[in-house]
Design a binder for this molecule. Structure first.
Ligand code: BMA
Length: 372
């Protein structure tokens, strides 16, 4: 049985500490934005434990797609994840479906449903390469990020339109009363590695930060007030707080100190995974504490879950010491039976997952419903 203590946080304090937040004067009179409300809520969630999240959790799963209200996690433990991540990849091309085939209208509907059940929504963005027109992993081109942030360059015009489309979509997320739904947005992720065109070897720190500033400014100009911004370095080139913060866009932009670290090679790779988690998530938590920000383990997982006790003896045992507000795993592909990160009925890590679910610290949708 999970235990709850209900916390009420003064909204004014949250408004003053939120990224880009207002002055005491404006805080006293202005209504909190959906982003500010979400910040207060995530802070509260973090005091109870951490929410469990999954990518595309209700859009498809292991061997099924598009079955309304289905969810592998719910099939296993009876509850929905507390956090659902969605991706904006291909919104930049005005497509109807994101890069893994989920219609943006379905995402909009599922975001509202997750909000209604008290859950949280987050977004990543596997944006295409504006020069080569290849996908995010296509790093061809000449200083693509530099061109994107240079006024007058054709790629600057392109990326501004693409970012505007992402902003319009996020701004269009509404609840039943027509109010914007607060979400976490985590663009330009895993930038300390070099597998995406915005990665470390493909741009300078200044150009990377300028790309963030451009993104933030376009959202602000459009009046998008329902976004908390998450920064999420990966395992590469991060060993301590200084390296974690090397390309940090700044306190005026970022609300959440995140990190993406995956577990490779099953039992043989456990120590390496834990060391990387310490480096990245440990640094994220230290940086968050020092700067009054939230911390989250924004992406993780062990593809195919080869260790039956992974949820308890690897994940829970090692993240319980970190003051994160959520941990999120990647997707269960419907068209590739080996590409999954959450259990489905019959999968061998189900007992470990149920133990993880029953732990007081892990928070799923029904737990979040009780945390205001
Ligand atoms: C990767 C894999 C791919 C997917 C991509 C974007 O990690 O899951 O199959 O297309 O993310 O979601």
């Amino acid at each position: 049985m999970k235990k709850y203590m209900l916390y009420m946080f003064p909204v004014m304090a949250a408004m003053m500490s939120c990224g880009g937040g207002g002055t005491a004067e404006t805080a006293a009179t202005a209504q909190p934005t959906p982003a500010e409300e979400l910040r207060v809520r995530l802070d509260s969630i973090g005091r109870h434990g951490f929410a469990f999240g999954m990518h595309d959790a209700t859009a498809y799963g292991h061997t099924w797609v598009g079955l309304e209200d289905s969810c592998d996690v719910r099939s296993v433990c009876g509850d929905y994840p507390g956090v659902m991540n969605w991706d904006l990849g291909l919104i930049e091309w005005n497509c109807d479906k994101e890069l893994d085939g989920v219609p943006f209208n379905v995402i909009r509907r599922e975001v509202a449903k997750q909000d209604r059940r008290g859950g949280i929504n987050t977004f990543s963005w596997h944006v295409r390469n504006p020069q080569s027109r290849g996908d995010s992993w296509n790093c061809e081109g000449d200083s693509v990020v530099r061109q994107c942030v240079t006024a007058g360059n054709p790629l600057n015009d392109t990326i501004k339109v693409w970012i505007s489309r992402a902003a319009d979509f996020i701004g269009s997320l509404r609840d039943d009363e027509g109010n914007r739904i607060g979400v976490v947005f985590r663009p330009w992720h895993e930038h300390t590695g070099s597998w995406f065109w915005w990665g470390q070897d493909h741009c300078s720190a200044d150009d990377y930060k300028a790309l963030w500033q451009l993104t933030y400014d376009i959202f602000k100009e459009k009046g998008i007030d329902n976004v908390l911004w998450a920064y999420s370095p990966d395992k590469d080139n991060v060993t301590d707080v200084a390296s974690y913060l090397e390309r940090y866009p700044g306190d005026s932009i970022i609300d959440i100190m995140g990190g993406d670290v995956y577990h490779f090679d099953g039992a043989a790779g456990k120590d390496t995974y834990l060391e990387r988690v310490r480096n990245v998530i440990g640094s994220a938590c230290t940086a968050a504490r020092e700067r009054g920000k939230l911390a989250a383990f924004t992406e993780t997982g062990s593809e195919g879950l080869p260790m039956a006790d992974w949820w308890t003896s690897v994940l829970l045992d090692n993240i319980k010491e970190y003051p994160i507000c959520y941990v999120s795993v990647w997707r269960n592909a419907h068209d590739n039976p080996k590409h999954f990160y959450a259990p489905y009925p019959g999968q061998e890590s189900v007992p470990s997952f149920i133990e993880f679910y029953n732990d007081d610290r892990t928070l799923f949708a029904r737990d979040l419903e009780k945390i205001k």
